[in-house]
Design a binder for this molecule. Structure first.
Ligand code: EPZ
Length: 448
């Protein structure tokens, strides 16, 4: 493997097309949309496919930028990635040319760090860029690194890169996390599938996407099981085989559209939504006065009798699953601007995930920050069109929701953030009767 080099000096930020959403609000959304596959499951499965040299096939993969970035990152290291039809990806990691995940990949997407566990476990070494932080807080990777060390790897950090080695085979171990981490759990679990012996991960994240990953790993022949709600146990195997898997529905996308119905006083049917994975949000919607009816693979959200300005205030607090997801906090905050009274929003997971509310305030929302992780939303606020800027994926979707509820035409810059994680969001909103378009603006030089 090449010795340490100051890769940063060679780094050129990716060029990102500069696009805006133009949203003419005031329409109550009505209709049916199909929920896409879950981003936060698909990305980990694409990484997990490198645990075997045999072909893995995934269906219901969302057509989003983050998936394209993961596919490109895999291709760049010599993995064969095919995209034979829409929403289907095939990955064959028989030969890998480079055990090196560059800063270019890490700068685009934190989930590139999910290649640490599988490449280290299968090939015994990898050099991988520190993904750093993004616009929702520091987001370190110390828990991932400590988990690999617990499994017997040696890891040095030089010039922004982790140099990880595990000559021979990783050794199974008890992996203890000081806090619950979704990708930390997943990285440790992927690595342990090929380690020598029995690994116990505790506390393991309980997000449904982790269980979808477990079910894919089982199809690959891995001996992995959630033995208690917060415990995953793995008996390492020498080899895994190729497998096929249909990615679970995206509960955050479904939640975003459920809230769109609530905030516009509409009625939306979400085909493919799995209510069982969305209980905390369903409860918040119910308390706010939005009616939700759940059937297998289908959810109907009816806010026609509640409507903007007539919802009830609700105090919310995010937390690891099964608590309310931090990713659905920004859309929920928009909903609470339409409640008749004050709501408390406590963001427990990420330190800067309320910062974007400054943009929401430009649209007339009355939000009082009591600290970086606590806000009081004073409702109801009459939202008005504004020119605002997106700082990250979920904040972006949330500004669209606010614009849908506002009078007039809003201009929302930074559409590329939303395209990272929502498949064709404007098409889906158009299908529900929204007036939205995405327009090009030229080129912007940097990523988040
Ligand atoms: C996953 O990020 C998701 N990303 C995030 O979704 C989601 O917000 C988050 O889980 C929490 O649910 C993907 O699955 C690709 P964590 P992850 O490790 O795994 C701290 C979206 O919008 N921590 O569970 O990186 C961390 O700072 C994205 O789709 C450490 O201190 O989150 C946070 O406070 C954004 N050290 C807490 O743990 C570490 O090494 C939980 O984060 C790792 C995390």
């Amino acid at each position: 493997m090449a010795d340490a080099r100051p890769f940063h000096w060679e780094f050129e930020p990716p060029k990102i097309p500069r696009e805006r959403y133009l949203v003419n609000g005031g329409v109550a959304l009505e209709g049916t949309i199909q929920v896409s596959g879950a981003k936060n499951a698909a990305l980990k499965m694409l990484a997990a496919a490198t645990l075997t040299g045999e072909r893995c096939r995934f269906s219901n993969v969302p057509e989003i930028e983050d998936v394209r970035t993961m596919a490109e990152t895999l291709s760049d290291i010599g993995v064969v990635v095919d995209h034979p039809e829409r929403n289907v990806y095939e990955v064959s990691a028989g030969d890998v040319d480079w055990l090196f995940v560059p800063l270019e990949a890490a700068a685009k997407m934190r989930a590139s760090f999910m290649l640490l566990g599988p490449l280290l476990a299968r090939f015994g070494e990898v050099v991988i860029s520190n993904p750093g932080g993004d616009r929702i807080g520091r987001r370190p990777v110390d828990l991932h690194v400590d988990a690999m060390r617990a499994l017997g790897a040696t890891i040095d950090y030089r010039y922004g890169y982790y140099y990880a080695k595990a000559p021979g085979r990783l050794r199974a171990s008890e992996v203890r996390f000081p806090i619950v981490s979704v990708m930390g759990t997943e990285n440790a679990m992927l690595a342990a599938t090929l380690a020598d012996g029995h690994t116990v991960i505790r506390p393991a994240a309980q997000e449904p996407e982790v269980d979808d990953l477990i079910s894919f790993l089982q199809k690959m022949g891995a001996d992995v099981e959630r033995t208690y709600p917060d415990t995953i146990e793995i008996e390492g195997k020498r080899r895994l085989r190729g497998a096929e898997h249909k990615v679970m529905p995206d509960r955050i996308e479904a939640g975003t559209f459920a809230i769109a119905a609530g905030v516009t006083g509409g009625n939306v049917v979400l085909e493919g939504a799995d209510c069982a994975t969305m209980d905390a949000l369903v409860q918040v919607l119910g308390k706010a006065g939005v009616s939700v009816s759940c059937q297998p693979d289908r959810m109907e959200v009816d806010a026609r009798s509640a409507g903007p300005g007539k919802l009830k205030p609700v105090d919310i607090e995010t937390g690891p699953y099964p608590e309310l997801a931090t990713d659905i906090q920004p859309p929920t905050t928009v909903l609470l601007t339409q409640a008749a009274g004050d709501s408390r929003v406590h963001e427990e997971i990420f330190e800067d995930r309320l910062e974007w509310t400054g943009e929401l305030a430009k649209m007339g929302a009355k939000i009082e920050l009591k600290g970086p992780q606590l806000a009081i939303v004073h409702g109801p606020a009459k939202l008005r069109a504004a020119d605002v800027e997106i700082s990250d994926l979920r904040a972006g979707a949330s500004l669209i929701l606010a614009a849908l509820a506002a009078d007039g035409t809003s201009s929302i810059g930074g559409a590329h953030h939303v395209r990272r994680g929502y498949e064709n969001i404007e098409r889906k909103f158009l299908d529900l009767g929204a007036r939205i378009e995405r327009v090009q603006e030229g080129e912007l030089g940097t990523s988040e």
